[in-house]
Write a protein that binds this ligand. Structure first.
Ligand code: FMN
Length: 161
């Protein structure tokens, strides 16, 4: 059983819903804790093999609380830890010029020596205060399953040695 920590922030509740959906999708097979970024403490990281960080995109970046959580991780603090990142975002194409939170989070997790297992993912909301677009919760559950498959593959020895 893999110890998984999901750290998230949410202003209007959409990212929280995605974080909980991912947590529920993983929970039957893994030991999962889901924690708001402002409540995350160093002891939450003890023994964690997969760290998933999610945030609403605000001005092309994660929220202050998520930025502070990431900043508090020491250099090389994620050695041996698989990492994944997600965000919520609006579907308007023009906002893309600012970038998205998930890519930003993912880059920081990798800089702290985390092992990338899946590309960062964005889930869509219909407007600034949500709600989530139809089907996005289901897509989040699927993403969680794909993540575990990718984890299992990355840990498996290659057939040809
Ligand atoms: C101050 C602010 C800035 C935002 N900037 C962006 C942005 O740059 N790109 C984007 O796609 N959405 C942006 N949004 C919309 C958020 O992504 C949306 O509020 C969020 O996905 C909702 O998630 P939450 O319910 O977890 O807070 C912004 C929202 C706020 C409040």
């Amino acid at each position: 059983m893999v110890k998984v920590l999901i750290v998230y922030d949410s202003t209007y509740g959409c990212t929280e819903r995605i974080a909980q959906t991912i947590g529920r999708a993983l929970d039957p097979t893994q030991q999962v804790s889901t924690v708001r970024a402002s409540d995350a403490k160093p002891e939450h990281m003890v023994g964690v093999k997969l760290l998933i960080v999610g945030s609403p995109t605000q001005g092309g970046r994660p929220t202050q609380a998520v930025q502070e959580f990431l900043k508090a991780i020491p250099e090389e603090g994620l050695l041996g830890v698989a990492v994944a990142a997600f965000d919520t975002r609006v579907p308007a194409r023009w906002v893309g010029i600012f970038g998205y939170a998930a890519e930003n989070i993912f880059d920081t997790l990798k800089k702290k020596s985390g092992i990338p297992v899946m590309p960062p993912e964005g889930f869509f909301v219909t407007g600034k205060e949500g709600p989530l677009k139809e089907g996005e919760s289901e897509r989040a559950a699927l993403w969680a399953e794909m993540l575990m498959t990718a984890m299992a593959r990355s840990g498996r020895p290659r057939a040809n040695g």
